[in-house]
Write a protein that binds this ligand. Structure first.
Ligand code: HEM
Length: 378
């Protein structure tokens, strides 16, 4: 899609994709100004997109991604607190253990579909452990791949599997909360049971929507970041050598991978009133597609934007969004990916993609679902 984004930025930075319905925003400054202004560009207005009659009750609809202030502010600060306390001390040892086990296998020479291996096992174990869902890790991939496909345009044939996944995950989460009500454990499910909002405990619908959104937002996005970063490294043997020499460059490598090929290409908003972007008028009700992946390649912000360069100026990208909905899991996703490469880079001699990867069909969460890779011993 990158040449297409470049063409949009050049010729039609605010362009109507679906006449009268969707406006695509492709330049960095415009994307940021949309995301900075939730009063005019609302997330709550998108609830209808997940409220599909065929899907039944969907806890995502009530989640913080689809809220505006002031409700968003209250919910976000609650989950910020619960999440941050847990994340930093917990992730490092667990992620390192999983990544090291993979790196040791890879160091002896290994060919695998990385999507069936490290790229799903690492985020699954980490998010499973944080949230308290460890015993269902093997189901995460099916649940998440199906649930993210929910939209007004979901083909009829895919609907039953979405409905089934929502029901299964919902039932599983109910059992988890039931269990933690009897006995708390050291996990986010237990923390949420004790958390308060406006001086009261969360009700069942709020508990469910928290867990749903953390799971859906936090799992597959990280898988794609891991795969994308590995593909970038496979194409650049000299970069692998550089990271081996200078492991302190790994965090910059991760940041540049997020800019260069982010897991989330687009996020949507709805105009709450007649407005304009870069001089182009938009009517109230217009759906605005903020093309994050395009903003990340905007030449006016990043010199040689199509070049992968770990040494470029450290300007933040919009891979994790911007403003009040800025990704809650950014420190977690960064830490997991950094740790994966800290373990892998010193142990493998070369990485090759041995089969053309298969892409999923999404733009919101975009990435490959299958990618065979060969790791050579050092
Ligand atoms: C929000 C990207 C990993 C939880 C977002 C947004 C983006 C994003 C672009 C903003 C959406 C918007 O403005 O509409 C990513 C990427 C990830 C990642 C690229 C990995 C590479 C995670 C993880 C978690 C997480 C690991 C948690 C476990 C969330 C939540 C929100 C969010 C809860 C909603 C925040 C809010 O509405 O206030 N993410 N994410 N994400 N992300 Fe992530």
């Amino acid at each position: 899609p990158y040449p297409y984004y470049a063409e949009l930025r050049r010729a039609a930075p605010v362009s109507v994709i679906d006449p009268g319905e969707i406006w695509a925003i492709s330049r960095y400054d415009d994307v940021v100004s949309v995301l900075k202004n939730p009063a005019v560009f609302s997330s709550q207005g998108l609830r209808a997109a997940t409220e599909q009659p065929w899907a039944g009750y969907n806890p995502l609809t009530d989640s913080l991604v689809l809220l505006d202030p002031p409700r968003h502010t209250a919910i976000r600060s609650l989950v910020n607190h619960a999440f941050t306390l847990r994340v930093l001390p917990r992730v490092e040892p667990l992620a390192r253990k999983v990544a090291r086990a993979f790196a040791e296998r890879a160091s002896r020479g290994l060919e695998v579909d990385i999507c069936d291996d490290l790229a799903t096992t690492l985020p699954a174990q980490v998010i499973g452990n944080l949230l308290g869902l460890d015993d269902a890790c093997d189901k995460f991939r099916t649940w998440s791949e199906t649930i993210v496909a929910i939209s007004p345009g979901t083909p009829e044939a895919l609907r039953p599997s979405i409905v089934a996944s929502i029901a299964e995950l919902g039932q599983y989460l109910e059992e988890v909360f039931e269990d933690r009500r009897r006995a708390r454990r050291d996990d986010l499910a237990s923390d949420l049971l004790d958390a308060e909002i406006d001086g009261r405990r969360l009700d069942q619908a709020e508990l469910m929507s928290f867990m749903f959104v953390l799971f859906v937002a936090g799992f597959e996005t990280t898988t794609h970041l891991l795969v994308n970063s590995l593909r970038i490294l496979a194409e650049r043997p000299e970069l692998l050598a550089r990271l081996r020499e200078a492991p302190s460059v790994i965090p910059h490598f991760v940041e540049e991978a997020l800019r260069f090929d982010p897991s989330v290409h687009v996020t949507l908003r709805v105009a709450t009133r007649d407005t304009e972007i870069a001089g182009v008028p938009l009517p109230a009700g217009a759906v605005v597609a903020a093309l994050l992946a395009s903003a990340n390649r905007d030449e006016t912000r990043y010199e040689h934007a199509d070049r992968f360069d770990v040494d470029r100026d450290r300007k933040p990208s919009v891979a994790f969004g911007h403003g009040i909905h800025f990704c809650l899991g950014a420190p977690l996703a960064r830490a997991e990916t950094r740790i994966a490469f800290e373990e892998l880079v010193p142990r493998v001699g070369a990485i090759h993609v041995t089969q053309e990867p298969t892409w999923n069909c999404g733009l919101t969460v975009r990435g490959v679902t299958s990618c065979r890779m060969r790791f050579e011993p050092l």
